[in-house]
Design a protein around this ligand. Structure first.
Ligand code: NAD
Length: 481
């Protein structure tokens, strides 16, 4: 079994605890690697190293173009290692083999994009009401960035932080999820190979309370970029508050996908299915509340249930599998508890509603794609994030009724609207309280555009030009001439 080490200050080292924990394949249930159990002392070493690197001429002395070249080199190394990285991520998380190499290629694209942005961060000369005074505004890096990431898309969600943070001239300590650390340690190997100076990229593995929180609280940590659940995000925000540290939080969602009666219903069925059942529902942007106009409700649900029932579920390493396992045991148990809760609340189970086991399902960490109808928006199943393959169907009367239901939730990550009426679409776009709105599609993302949440779905944005500003200070300079 592979035994990994921590990556601190350019060296591979054992954790101070001298303890490792196992990481397992969700499909087979087999442990396949040992991950170091980092503690406060490891967090301290990593932040101290990142801080030294931030001040060192080896990093601080590089031009922005030179930083961009290092990021580009890393992107190329990722491209050269797509299969290896993809296989590790697939093994750790249970992602579909059919999708994983595309996801790793996309990670490389993110590094290329921010490599290009590194030397395009421009300040401004500001007109001042005095003849002999010159004022300009410049951007500077923050210092040590701590990136804390979840298990659902480890490489992508780490890259969303790492690429803009490094392009802006910061150094970074990454704390991946305890369930999926291996691909991030492999990414650190590539960063090392790309030639980033020692201490610029560090990876400390372990548990949130043991090593994540000490990283957040460390006095030399300047910024925390966190992706995870809303409760975890709240804890991180509280731990960052005494030090008045900057935070970016990418949290959960309970996103509405709204289908009007004038929509292309076949496309809307496809969008509803991929919207919620993609990655077995383990995506923050899952369209987990399907709002269907009453005039088409019954016919639409019939089509939806029939199409979902045909999904090929099973071994994620097979290229034709469409729905794979749940990545972690606790998550699998939580989904099943929430399904029971929905039944008790009076939601009607139109499809699924149970675990799957048998020869096709490995160790049984599977949940059947589940569709609940007759859901009221005030039920817990309609308000709380499941993070699994569970869809709530809620009927509505008209635009305003749909918008009222769509916005009546604590989250605000994303929303979908399906209609052929452009006026209706724009009316909804302007009134949906969500960081991303998709019209006649669902789940589109790109490194060129910002992603993030309203309300309890988070603070700040990742992706696009905006994201690099999340990793920069603004300095206003006054010169008397
Ligand atoms: P989680 O909040 O349990 O853990 C996320 C990370 O935080 C892990 O690395 C964990 O070890 C760490 N952590 C936990 N407690 C901590 C603490 N007190 N201090 C510091 N670090 C701590 O989330 P998860 O279960 O790994 O991931 C699922 C969640 O992530 C879902 O809610 C999902 O919606 C969200 N998510 C959001 C986005 C987005 O972009 N908005 C993307 C993917 C996932």
């Amino acid at each position: 079994m592979e035994r990994y080490k921590l990556f601190i200050d350019g060296d591979w080292c054992d954790p101070v605890s001298n303890e490792w924990f196992e990481t397992t394949e969700p499909f087979s249930g087999r442990a396949w690697a040992e991950i170091p159990r980092g503690m406060q002392a490891d967090a301290d070493r990593a932040v101290d190293a990142a801080h030294r690197a931030f001040l060192s001429p080896d990093w601080a002395g590089l031009t922005a173009t030179q930083r961009g070249a290092l990021l580009r080199r890393l992107a190329e190394l990722i491209e050269a290692n797509v299969d290896r990285l993809g296989a590790i991520e697939q093994r750790d998380n249970g992602k579909l083999m059919a999708e994983v190499s595309g996801q790793v290629r996309n990670v490389a694209q993110w590094f290329h994009y921010y490599a290009g942005l590194a030397d395009k961060v421009q300040g401004a000369v500001v007109p001042i009401n005095k003849a002999d005074v010159f004022n300009y505004v410049k951007y500077e890096p923050l210092g040590v960035v701590v990136a804390i990431t979840p298990w659902n898309s480890p490489l992508a969600l780490t890259t969303w932080k790492m690429a803009p943070a490094l392009a802006a001239g910061n150094t970074i300590v990454i704390k991946p999820s305890e369930y999926t650390s291996a691909s991030i340690l492999e990414l650190a190997k590539l960063a090392h190979q790309a030639g980033f100076p020692r201490g610029v990229v560090n990876v400390v593995t372990g548990f949130g309370a043991e090593v994540g929180e000490p990283l957040v609280r460390h006095p030399l940590t300047a910024k925390i970029a966190f992706t995870g659940g809303d409760i975890g995000g709240q804890r991180v925000n509280e731990a960052a508050a005494p030090g008045l540290k900057k935070v970016t939080l990418e949290l959960g969602g309970k996103s509405p996908n709204i289908v009007f009666d004038d929509a292309d219903l076949d496309q809307a069925v496809k969008g509803a299915i991929s919207g919620v059942f993609g990655a077995s529902g383990q995506t923050c942007m899952a369209g987990s509340r399907l709002l269907v106009q009453k005039t088409i409700h019954d016919a639409f649900v019939e089509k939806l249930v029939a199409a979902t029932a045909e999904a090929r579920i099973g071994d994620p390493s097979k290229m034709d599998t469409q729905i794979g396992p749940i990545a972690t045991r606790p998550q699998w148990e939580k989904i099943l508890r929430m399904i029971d809760m929905a039944k008790q609340e009076g939601a009607v189970c139109a499809l699924g509603g149970h675990a799957l086991s048998g020869p096709d399902y490995g160790q049984g960490q599977f949940v059947a794609p589940t569709i609940f109808t007759q859901v009221r928006n005030d039920m817990r199943i309609a308000q709380e994030e499941v993070f699994g393959p569970v869809l709530c169907v809620i009927p509505f009367e008209d635009e305003d009724d749909a918008l009222r239901i769509a916005n009546d939730v604590e989250f605000g990550l994303a929303a979908g609207v399906w209609t052929r009426d452009l006026h209706r679409a724009m009316y909804c776009v302007d009134r949906l309280r969500a960081g991303t709105v998709w019209v006649n599609n669902y789940r589109s993302t790109s490194f060129t555009t910002p992603f993030g949440g309203y309300k309890r779905s988070g603070l700040g944005r990742e992706g696009g030009v905006e994201a690099i500003k999340e990793y920069l200070q603004i300095k206003s300079v006054w010169i008397t001439t």
